[in-house]
Ligand binder design. Structure first.
Ligand SMILES: *Cc1c(COP(=O)(O)O)cnc(C)c1O
Length: 335
């Protein structure tokens, strides 16, 4: 199983059943910092507030006739996307979660019309239940990133970016499991072979970065981060995204929690926009000077807006934020 450019092209037609074609807007402030036009791709404008609706819709549209329904075990943006896409297509969706998941998240997914199964007390227990439903009840499991249809769905962003800005020289992609980066890199390099595609992630628990360095998928300890949507492993038996990210990304860079904090403030005060920590790592990397020489227009993906509003208001108010063992010292925004 591989992903071809033609799969991404096909996904473009499929995803119109769930996703919108998001706007690409300039950021005057970041353009000054970068010395070239700097664009933001607003996946925050998707119906569930994140790009994952693209991959989920493409996976569900392609299910064989007569499929009983779908299942997954994500409590975050992927779970929301699967629930939403299933509803739009009239399919049954079961989202498996452990008893540790906060009630608000359970309610959020239920409100999108999915059945919620609470099982056990860890993500592994939830995963096991999702796999059991697939085996015993014939539900189709939809993985969050390591799946050809999901990667092709996320890759549609690469086509849209180059349609809207053919001069683009660099794309900065928030990186976790790598479905987004693999899809965008495949599409963008097919259309414009010389383009630079750089993965950006947080320096705490950077699974894909560590895996590329090790030359094979490795497990990393999951730690809390302002970029919570970038947490989690890539799977030690990763089939697609590891090889694609290793082969297609020009570079992979890390940003600190303090830099993510500053980038969330920057986006809010300079562009008047609200986005998750995971969304602003591209802004953080440019501000911190991690992106080598910038020689032309740059774009980054504002991947989602589903954040904890208490954390967000603390950040934009310059208050300290404590996440597990880590405290990010408060700092008022300095332009
Ligand atoms: C899932 C997600 C990412 C990372 O996508 P991958 O395909 O796992 O690399 C980035 N930002 C947000 C908001 C996400 O939900």
């Amino acid at each position: 199983m591989t992903v071809e450019f033609s799969d991404i092209w096909a996904a473009r037609a499929n995803i119109t059943k769930g996703a919108v074609r998001s706007p690409l807007v300039p950021s005057p402030f970041m353009s000054r910092i970068a010395g070239h036009d700097f664009f933001l791709k607003l996946e925050t404008a998707q119906p569930i507030g994140a790009f994952k609706i693209r991959g989920a819709t493409n996976a569900l549209v392609n299910l064989p006739e007569g499929t009983a329904g779908v299942t997954c075990c994500s409590t975050g943006n992927h779970g929301r996307a699967v629930a939403y896409a299933a509803k739009a297509l009239g399919l049954r969706a079961v989202v498996c979660m452990s008893s540790l998941v906060p009630v608000a998240k359970v309610d959020g997914i239920r409100a999108l019309g999915a059945e919620v199964r609470i099982v056990g007390s860890s993500q592994d227990d939830a995963q096991a239940e999702s796999s059991r439903l697939a085996r015993e009840e014939g539900l189709m499991e939809v993985p969050p990133f390591d799946n050809a249809r999901v990667i092709a769905g996320q890759g549609t962003i690469g086509i849209e970016l180059l349609e809207d800005c053919p001069d683009l020289q660099t794309i900065l992609v928030p990186l976790s499991g790598g479905g987004l980066a693999a899809g965008i890199a495949l599409a963008a390099k097919q259309i414009k072979p010389g383009i630079r595609v750089i993965g950006v992630t947080m320096d705490r628990g950077a699974a894909m970065y560590q895996s590329i360095r090790a030359g094979k998928p490795v497990a990393v300890e999951e730690v809390p981060s302002l970029a919570d949507s970038l947490g989690g492993g890539i799977g030690v038996d990763n089939r697609l995204t590891f090889a694609m990210c290793r082969d297609l990304l020009d570079d992979c860079v890390l940003v600190s929690e303090e830099e993510i904090y500053d980038a969330m403030q920057t986006l809010y005060y300079e562009d008047r926009m609200v986005a998750e920590g995971a969304s602003v790592v591209g802004i953080a990397a440019v501000k911190a000077g991690r992106i080598g020489p910038i020689r032309g227009p740059v774009a980054t993906i504002l991947t989602g807006r589903n954040l904890d509003m208490t954390v967000f208001t603390d950040v934009v108010s310059g208050r300290s934020v404590t996440l597990g063992d880590k405290t990010i010292e408060g700092q008022a925004y300095v332009p």
